[in-house]
Design a binder for this molecule. Structure first.
Ligand SMILES: Nc1ncnc2c1ncn2[C@@H]1O[C@H](COP(=O)(O)OP(=O)(O)OP(=O)(O)O)[C@@H](O)[C@H]1O
Ligand SMILES: [Mg+2]
Length: 296
């Protein structure tokens, strides 16, 4: 072959230099210059692509934040609409169906007073109808109360919870201990509704899932925030499930997720701790300025 000298070129390991061969000394500077230009252009291209990709990713992050913000606004609105709707249906039930039923009961009572003029079968029918009308009234009162307890607007959280806990204990057979100071003040309308709904969901979960015979609700207040704990002595939530619930990777039901959303909307914190000897849900809500209850 020719007289090409073989030697390791600077910057290239010996075997790479062997493979490429080495140009004659006279054209080496020109080739170095060309290689440098190619390298520079490759570098420029890479930098442009990195800049473009970074811009794309930044745009995606901004879009995602906007979508999350829209979702939060929608959730807040949905919770408000749900509460307003529950309040409206509760009033409708009480004021409309409840009043018609009361009128039917009065008519039936008047008829039963004249029962001596009727035959035994008719008197029996009237007595049965009175019984069914009474049951229906109780049902309507309970449904209306569960949809929106009137005491919550009029007397505040402490009174509404005391009555609710009593009814729940009767229905479920679970002993409920409510620890809330007598002088517990009024909170904002939204905070009171949020806390009442969280207790409803918490007690429903204790009844459905914990197997506990007791439930304890503790509510304390300082100048800045209200702390509420809802605890049981049941079987607890399995650690793997609790991790999924906390990270939001799995939506099992809407109870805990709803509690979390209500707390977040009020700029509060929610923490679930659970072991084989029970579960406690702790909610901290900052005390809002407005405690105006005239709107509700
Ligand atoms: N106090 C508790 N004790 C034991 N397990 C619980 C308790 N609270 C919740 N869990 C577990 O966490 C799961 C999620 O609760 P969540 O309230 O979100 O949904 P759910 O009660 O299953 O359904 P939903 O509330 O929508 O009717 C429950 O299915 C249950 O397995
Ligand atoms: Mg539930």
């Amino acid at each position: 072959m020719g007289d090409t000298a073989i030697f390791p070129r600077p910057g290239l390991p010996g075997r790479a230099a062997d493979a490429l061969g080495t140009p004659p000394a006279s054209i080496a500077p020109r080739l170095d210059f060309t290689r440098a230009a190619v390298l520079q252009s490759t570098l420029d291209n890479l930098e442009t692509r990195v800049r473009e990709r970074t811009a794309q990713l930044e745009a995606q992050v901004i879009e995602r934040h906007k979508a999350e913000e829209r979702l939060r606004e929608l959730t807040t609105r949905l919770l408000q609409v749900q509460d307003d709707e529950c309040r409206r249906i509760a009033r409708e039930l009480h004021d409309s169906a409840g009043q018609y039923l009361a009128a039917i009961q009065m008519n039936l009572s008047a008829l039963s007073r004249d029962a001596s003029a009727l035959g035994a079968p008719q008197a029996k029918r009237i007595a049965d109808s009175i019984e069914m009308a009474n049951r229906c009234t109780t049902e309507i009162r309970t449904i209306s109360y569960l949809l929106h307890p009137p005491l919550l607007d009029e007397m505040g959280l402490a009174s509404a919870l005391a009555l609710y806990a009593e009814g729940f204990a009767e229905r479920s057979g679970i002993r409920v201990e409510l620890d809330i100071s007598k002088d517990f003040g009024r909170l904002s309308v939204d905070s009171e509704i949020a806390m009442f709904r969280i207790v409803q969901q918490g007690l429903a979960n204790i009844h459905r899932h914990s197997g506990s015979r007791v439930a304890k609700i503790e509510i304390a207040q300082d100048a800045e925030e209200v702390t509420m704990k809802i605890g049981d002595q049941g079987r607890g939530i399995a650690p793997a499930m609790l991790r999924e619930i906390n990270s939001g990777t799995r939506l099992i039901g809407v109870g805990l997720a709803g509690m979390r959303e209500r707390t977040r909307v009020m700029n509060g914190r929610l923490n679930i701790s659970s072991s084989r000897s029970g579960t406690t849900i702790e909610v901290n809500l900052p005390i809002a300025e407005s405690t105006d209850h005239t709107q509700s």
